[in-house]
Design a binder for this molecule. Structure first.
Ligand SMILES: NC(=O)c1ccc[n+]([C@@H]2O[C@H](COP(=O)([O-])OP(=O)(O)OC[C@H]3O[C@@H](n4cnc5c(N)ncnc54)[C@H](O)[C@@H]3O)[C@@H](O)[C@H]2O)c1
Length: 344
């Protein structure tokens, strides 16, 4: 039997998520809510759902079992609380909240009501990030040594008035966006991370548009750089993950390509990968292997669907641990808050 889902906040990403959820037989889109009622009505009509402009009224709908919360970050704490208080499971967009106190309140509330709560951390369901985590677990390339992220994002396309630039609404770059990668590196390393220092840079408007931090995940060094100073035709994201015997790079912010350069024989890689592969042998014995997934949009949607499928399976079997556990949402938020408030 399918579960009824409501989506709150049908903006840019909410619409993308609705499209992903509409293709899942496990779900029925029963309600759509936005403070902008015509926007909610347009989407409700598309999916044969009820439209609401008030979350409070939506929460009285008994057909709603899960609420996907896609409003801007500063609303997650208050609206998440209302959703859990109404007895609905919460599939929350990142970040879970802007403060640790608010995030912990949500996690405790879900636990006390035996409801499930997760954050839509799509990297945990990306086959390439999963593959890198498997390399660390099997130690096929030896120990993990260093993780680096250089994320040059299309911030030039966000209007001056967008909530993203208002720290009271977004929490800032680390909290709004950085949490994805703090969590991805936690998945790769199998450790919770700790921020050791950070700095930020302003653009000509005085907006903070670039941030940088160093961190450690147990015995592994990490470095993060996020810049929102590019356009969609010039943006670029590269994560490089170094092991003792291999250098791995992941391309694009939702990675669609992974390259491994290693000195160990290719037959020892033990890949569990279904996409395209391309192998190159160097004269000095090194091997370069490229793994490619289909288009970014499809990879992105499949990750959202995998996160929701995981959520539904744990609703149906509460003993089953979620892949994106609430502690991962808390640990990554903790790092983001530390990076927003540098020690030196
Ligand atoms: N997981 C991911 O990969 C990913 C990607 C993009 C965005 N996000 C997150 O999704 C969330 C939304 O981002 P977006 O880019 O879609 O924002 P957006 O501004 O495009 O959309 C937000 C929507 O919420 C509506 N809204 C505002 N206040 C409301 C209220 N009180 N009640 C109901 N609706 C209200 C707005 O009218 C708007 O339609 C953010 O938390 C963002 O960080 C996550």
């Amino acid at each position: 039997m399918s579960l009824g889902i409501a989506l709150v906040g049908v903006g840019a990403f909410g619409r993308f998520c609705l499209d992903a959820f509409s293709k899942m037989p496990e779900l029925r889109i029963v309600a759509v809510c936005d403070i902008d009622l015509p926007r909610a009505e347009e989407m409700a009509k598309l999916y044969g759902a009820a439209a609401y402009s008030s979350l409070e009224t939506l929460l009285k709908n008994p057909d709603v079992a899960i609420v996907a919360l896609n409003t801007p970050p500063y609303l997650h704490a208050k609206q998440g609380e209302m959703i859990l208080e109404a007895g609905k499971h919460l599939f929350c967009e990142k970040p879970l909240a802007l403060t640790m106190a608010d995030a912990e309140t949500l996690v405790a509330l879900a636990e006390s009501k035996s409801l499930l709560l997760t954050v839509n951390y799509v990297m945990r369901h990306n086959p390439l990030w999963e593959q890198v985590a498997t390399f660390r677990e099997t130690e096929v390339f030896g120990k993990l040594r260093h993780m680096n992220l250089a994320n040059h994002a299309a911030g030039l396309e966000l209007p001056d008035s967008h909530w993203f630039w208002d720290k009271t609404k977004s929490g800032g770059i680390w909290i709004e966006h950085g949490v994805h990668f703090f969590d991805a590196f936690a998945m790769v390393s199998g450790e919770a991370g700790e921020i050791m220092g950070s700095q930020s840079f302003q653009d000509a408007r005085g907006y903070l548009d670039r941030v940088e931090a160093i961190a450690r995940y147990g015995d592994t060094a990490a470095h993060f750089y996020h810049a929102f100073d590019q356009s969609s035709n010039s943006e670029q994201t590269i994560a490089t993950i170094s092991f003792e015997k291999a250098y791995i790079s992941l391309h694009e912010w939702i990675p669609t390509e992974l390259t491994i350069v290693s000195s160990i024989p290719h037959s020892d890689f033990h890949l569990n990968f279904r996409g395209q592969r391309q192998l190159k042998q160097f004269g000095d014995g090194r091997v370069a292997l490229s793994l490619k997934l289909a288009d970014k949009s499809l990879v992105y949607q499949e990750a959202i669907q995998a996160g929701m499928r995981d959520f539904i399976q744990s609703i149906e079997n509460p003993q089953r641990p979620l892949i994106v556990q609430s502690r991962f949402a808390l640990e990554s938020l903790q790092m983001a808050i530390a990076a927003e408030n540098p020690r030196f």
